[in-house]
Design a protein around this ligand. Sequence first.
Ligand code: ADP
Ligand code: TRP
Length: 341
Amino acid sequence: MSKPVILTGLRANNDLHIGNYFGALLPIIDMAQRRNKEYQINLFIPDLHSFTAEVDHNTLQEAIMQNLRVYVAAGLPLNDPDVHIYRQSYIAAHSELTWILDCFTGMGEMKRMTQFKDKAKKDDDRVSVGLFNYPVLMAADILLYGADYVPVGDDQTQHLEFTRDIAERLNKKFGNLFKVPKAVQEQHKFFGKDQGLRIKDLADPTKKMSKSDETGKGVIFLIDTPEASRQKIMTATTDSLQSIKPDPVNQPGITNLLDILALLALVSSDYQINPRPLNGYAELKTAVADTVAIFLNDFQSKLKEVDDNGIFNKLEISEKLMNEQADSTLLKVQKAVGLRP
Ligand code: ADP
Ligand code: TRP
């Protein structure tokens, strides 16, 4: 019997940051390292998603490669036969299933998606149909492989719920076509603390840290120099309450810094956090900056050692196999809707 699937994707539209790392990448890599005997792990590049927002098309190939290197530097074991990396656009079934699912999706459902509403508000003129229906493509990404678990940050929860809805809708109409991914609560239980995480922007801690942020001033990118990240942390927005305790409502900045510190302490016992009580915001910021610097140095030296040939070899093997898995789901759907005898 085939193994249950854990699957996630990270868009290659800009450099990855510590929010992506802790929200999506680390939970799946942790599974790939610790529970690879029990699960199939799919970590893919949703390259067709890349230009739902504006990107530099000339550098997209390099951005895709860079993300793959990040996966490996973060510890993805490429030699494991049940761990797969692939590019969405190399598996045509993603686009085909999207079209079919589109025809069973309501306009209203898509209009209600918070992420669409947020992004559409910012940029009325350039909102594409692709941005509008991209949750449907995301549902296809998940359903083609019958994924049970999908580690994502909390901004993607609504899309995950839509995936369950559309799967159940088609199952009801056509019989058992899709495996329905686990409910969000179950996903949280499975992944523990990291799932549903939201690291905030350092400059504006009321919004999430995001690659799409124009200034990047509040974002710690995985390729930031430790000095650059230190500067962003030392100038992070806080408050005037002079109290160091988690309080997301009244002290979002301080809470965010404490969250980052706690997350880095979890990654490895090498990241020694200053055990004495932190006196004042400057000391807290220094502790965060020191810890982040150790993390970035360590991560970037691993990144430099990644061998591109290993990635190309693995892509070839995974993409062949994933085409087979995806095609078999697609054929079931094509038969159900009357496109195949
Ligand atoms: P961004 O908003 O930075 O462009 P993406 O939308 O490409 O990020 O998200 C890639 C993955 O990283 C998703 O699973 C998303 O939920 C997660 N993620 C993004 N930002 C954060 C954050 N600030 N905190 C936690 N997880 C995040
Ligand atoms: N929509 C996700 C994001 O913007 C990326 C993504 C695309 C994804 N397809 C997916 C994540 C399938 C998990 C599963 O971050």
